[in-house]
Design a protein around this ligand. Structure first.
Ligand SMILES: O=C(O)CCC(=O)C(=O)O
Ligand SMILES: [Fe+2]
Length: 318
């Protein structure tokens, strides 16, 4: 049997299913990133993708700053469409995902929130770093191991190489530094994220967030936060960016402090869209950020993994 397989057979275990045709080859021995905190090894990018990386972004970013307090750099696309398609299929099938539930208290009543999408996260805040082997967490200033109590609730996970390669490319293109990678999987138009801003204090002032889209096109809405004591000035218009596969939006400057963003649900014939992955790179400054990101993107529920026969996420069993 040949050691080489097409990227198709890498993704599809059932050869009867009709899948995307591509002549790209990956070696069966594609190495994997492993870590005590990963439920399973996470393969490195197939050569067909890793060889492409150095030529990204495909086009220069376009600045969008024609609204009050708005500062975006929009790459349309960052990743060319053929590579974005493969990267989508690769990440969807190889990453561990979660469907996080948590409780909130509003006006004295407690309610259970189910996150309306699959999520996962890797990274560690700027006060610490992983030892070169990844086995130990070190204090970023002293290089001494941090006490286990420093990250007692969740064990931080280093970025697997497949996402770290993309982080490095993103840093080179933006001049920003990132230590976290959050991934959302919207399995259909029924999955969404409601209006919010990523303005947590643990990100520091004027945080830069790089946000990638892969797979189905979804509308990204942005609106200015309400002005205290009055209606929005007429010049702050709502924005709609129809984010396509491979696009990247860098949100920076005063954007998070002043603007909200969302991916609303889609219904009717737009609902079954084949799924979309969003990847955000961020930089958390303090330990509270690490705890927050794992709490809301990993949580304590089961691991989900893509089942290529069923073509859906299934609870993963070791
Ligand atoms: O899916 C997107 O494009 C946005 C995701 C987002 O806003 C977030 O994860 O904070
Ligand atoms: Fe966000």
């Amino acid at each position: 049997m040949s050691k080489k397989r097409t990227i198709d057979s890498f993704f599809a275990s059932n050869s009867n299913t009709k899948k995307q045709k591509t002549e790209d080859v990956i070696d069966e021995k594609t190495p994997s990133s492993t870590h005590a905190t990963y439920p399973f090894p996470i393969p490195e990018l197939p050569p067909s993708l890793s060889q492409e990386l150095s030529s990204w972004p495909a086009v220069p970013g376009r600045v969008i700053n024609d609204q009050p307090d708005l500062d975006l750099l929009y790459f349309e696309p960052f990743i060319p469409s053929y590579a974005a398609k493969d990267l989508f299929r690769f990440l969807r099938s190889q990453l561990p995902f979660y469907r996080v539930e948590y409780k909130i208290k509003r006006g004295g009543t407690e309610s259970q929130i189910r996150t309306p999408r699959y999520t996962t996260v890797f990274g560690l805040d700027a006060t610490s770093l992983f030892s070169p082997s990844g086995a130990t967490i070190l204090d970023a200033k002293t290089n001494n191991p941090v006490p286990a109590s420093a990250y007692a609730r969740y064990q931080p996970r280093p970025l697997p190489k497949c996402l770290d390669d993309l982080r490095l490319s993103t840093e080179a293109a933006t001049g920003c530094r990132f230590n976290f990678c959050l991934v959302n999987y919207y399995s259909s138009g029924a999955d969404s994220i409601s209006f919010h801003s990523d303005d947590e204090r643990f990100l520091g002032p004027e945080p830069a967030i790089a946000s990638f889209s892969l797979g189905a096109k979804r509308d990204f809405y942005m609106k200015h936060k309400p002005f205290v004591g009055g209606p929005d000035p007429p010049e702050a218009k709502q924005l709609k960016l129809p984010l396509a596969s491979g696009d990247m939006v860098l949100m920076r400057g005063r954007t998070q402090a002043n603007w909200l963003h969302s991916i609303p649900k889609r219904t009717g014939r737009n609902e079954r869209d084949g799924g979309r992955i969003n990847i955000t790179f961020r930089r958390a400054m303090v330990k509270g950020g690490t705890d927050n990101y794992y709490n809301y993107n990993v949580g304590n529920g089961p691991v989900y993994k893509w089942d290529s026969d069923a073509e859906e996420m299934r609870v993963w069993k070791p």
